[in-house]
Design a protein around this ligand. Structure first.
Ligand code: VGL
Ligand code: ZN
Length: 203
């Protein structure tokens, strides 16, 4: 059992990121059993849930003539266009059916503002709008975060980088994450996280 200062942050283990989902990450569901087992080691378990309105601006469907995985320039910077995914209230937005959601103390939803995407559990993609997670963690006296989930190179990556920048000690369980890997994004993500002091464990 870890001390009470350590939390497990489970990023976006949702149907749309698993096999058969709208934005399926290869082997996405393979991490669920390991995450469930790891929950027993932590007093604090926090889940994130990607939670988009149907007309979210990160969806290629909202941009005339654009296709998924193309890049677009948003007021806050470059943005990948995604297939419609994790639409609020849809089956795809639900957690994987085997994830032990009852162990969660907090479920934090992100990406609900139509005009801005939110990969990170801490800040939206403008890197300024907070989700409130930092305050929650600090109020609970949490200083150490173990991160797992989907996808290694997007939401896990941005969450880990923000957490490290905020001064949390961050450990990434590589074996309990899976990546989208778009044009080398996984290698870049791993380098960026390591440069900020994120510890990588098990692979
Ligand atoms: C994610 C792309 C779009 C993720 C979420 O959870 O990594 N990726 N929305
Ligand atoms: Zn999303």
């Amino acid at each position: 059992m870890k001390p009470d200062t350590h939390a497990l942050l489970v990023i976006d283990v949702q149907n749309d990121f698993c096999e058969g989902g709208a934005l399926a990450v290869p082997e996405g569901s393979a991490i669920v059993a390991g995450i469930n087992a790891l929950m027993d080691d932590y007093a604090a378990v926090i889940l994130t849930q990607d939670w988009h309105p149907a007309d979210h601006s990160s969806f290629a469907s909202q941009h005339e003539g654009r296709a998924p995985l193309e890049m677009i320039e948003m007021p806050y910077g470059p943005q990948v266009l995604w297939p419609d995914h994790c639409v609020q209230g849809s089956a795809g937005a639900e957690f994987h059916p085997e994830l032990r959601t009852n162990r969660a103390d907090l479920i934090i939803r992100k990406g609900f503002r139509p005009a801005i995407d939110s990969y990170s559990a801490f800040f939206e993609n403008d890197h300024q709008t907070p989700t409130g997670l930092e305050g929650y963690l600090r109020n609970r006296g949490i200083t150490h975060l173990t991160m797992v989930g989907l996808a290694t190179d997007f939401c896990v990556n941005y969450s880990a980088q923000d957490a490290a920048k905020l001064g949390f000690a961050v450990e990434l369980r590589r074996d309990l994450c899976r990546a989208i890997d778009l044009g080398g994004s996984l290698a870049t993500a791993l380098d960026d996280m390591a440069a900020l002091g994120v510890m990588m464990s098990k692979g």
